[in-house]
Design a protein around this ligand. Sequence first.
Ligand code: MN
Length: 129
Amino acid sequence: MLPSVLVVEDNPANMKLAVMLLEHAGYRVLSAETAVDGIALARDQQPRLVLMDIQLPGMDGLEATRILKADPATRDIQVVALTAFAMRSEEAWIRAAGCDGYIAKPIDYKLFLDEVARRLAAAGGPPND
Ligand code: MN
């Protein structure tokens, strides 16, 4: 089994697509619709990678990323922003929050899976499950 990936996304269509692509590629997939639930799952399940939607109801994905990166229990988990913003200024803003990379929406299947594989390789080591 390949490493686990947590998807935090409030849009049902985007969630469905991300989960389908990841499961098809062989990853174990965890999902959360809010930042609060995502942070709790990350702490509890220790996924290798989090795909974090930026625009979430309540706490947004940037704040959630700051919390994950400030916590010794979760700071080594790779976080990739899922964002409709793809401009350079916003990339800097996303990285400043602690994201290790970003994937622009709408999701391009190949770019999506390439970035997931790249971030998991950056995380290093054998699969965690
Ligand atoms: Mn959203």
